[in-house]
Design a binder for this molecule. Structure first.
Ligand code: ZN
Length: 302
């Protein structure tokens, strides 16, 4: 995996949308970066006539080098007007590792989208538990339309249940922000699913027509398989926040979209058993040390 901030910038000179992809905003999630390198290389090799321009970026470079979620603080919780203003006011030497990463990313993203109406921001992640292939969007119709190209379950209300996420910030600042979770961190299939998602998202925003996408059927089939017949639209109804002093430990055997019943024991912490507050599906059970979200509960939207 290369160590450059800019994986690639692609522009055929044709008018069209501005698109930014990020992978590895969490340093223990290299699959997104690997996939974006593959897609960029394929665009170059085949000289694909993309409308608009695309920027492929590496997220948390220092944390990726160490294979950790973050070095000093979670980069995916810093994207908010207030914290950005605060970080900008600091001397460069006083910024911590993630604050430096954020400043470098914004210095590339903001000028790239400047003055453009049609701006898309696609952020690629993976999860510590198994089974997590889904899209995260705000409820805006244009985002729902883009998400529908990916076939996998669409989760509403996740972005708004957390503040400072990359995706939410961009979505609130004139971009159409979409988050894509491809599966378990170390599963080689996660990079494959990211790769499929990148091509289908380029179709969704009009950069490419279906006929221009190399291997189109493969990408569709790969994500249809990942959708596993799960409900297409789900909403977050509960977030289990954890602090280090909780000593939260998820019980073994759960994965994203495991069905759970009300009162079912899911984890334990210093206070004892942690039970599901309601019936639903589990989302992103925490099976790593770093992270503030123990799990989420989602419900099918009728
Ligand atoms: Zn992540």
């Amino acid at each position: 995996m290369s160590d450059h901030r800019i994986i690639g910038a692609y522009d055929s000179g044709l008018p069209g949308p501005v698109v930014v992809f990020t992978g590895g905003i969490h340093g223990n999630e290299p699959a997104g970066v690997i996939a974006l390198q593959r897609v960029y290389q394929q665009l170059l090799d085949m000289q694909v006539p993309v409308r608009g321009k695309i920027l492929f970026l590496t997220g948390n470079k220092a944390a990726l080098r160490e294979g950790k979620r973050y070095i000093d603080q979670d980069l995916n919780r810093l994207w908010a007007r207030q914290s950005i203003t605060h970080i900008r006011a600091k001397a460069a030497s006083e910024r911590d590792s993630e604050e430096r990463e954020l400043m470098e990313l914004l210095a590339l993203i903001e000028p790239f989208g400047e003055g453009k109406e049609d701006r898309y921001f696609f952020d690629f992640h993976t999860t510590s538990g198994e089974g997590g292939c889904f899209v995260v969007v705000s409820g805006r119709p244009e985002n729902q339309r883009a998400a529908s190209f990916l076939h996998v379950p669409v989760i509403y209300g996740l972005a708004t249940s957390m503040s400072g996420t990359t995706n939410r910030y961009m979505d609130e600042n004139g971009w159409r922000g979409i988050g894509f979770e491809a599966g378990q961190h170390a599963d080689p299939g996660s990079a494959d699913r990211h790769e499929a998602a990148a091509w289908l998202l380029l179709e969704s925003c009009g950069c490419l027509s279906p006929a221009e996408i190399p291997g189109l059927e493969v990408w569709h089939e790969r994500l249809i398989r990942a959708a596993k017949g799960l409900p297409q639209h789900l909403e977050v109804t509960y977030r289990h926040h954890v602090a280090p002093e909780d000593q939260f430990v998820m019980h073994k055997g759960f994965e994203t979209f495991s069905p759970v019943k009300q009162g079912e024991p899911l984890a334990c912490d210093v206070r004892g058993e942690v039970r599901s507050p309601s019936e639903g599906y589990l989302l992103m059970p925490l099976y790593q040390k770093q992270g503030e979200d123990g799990f989420f509960i989602v419900k099918r939207l009728s």
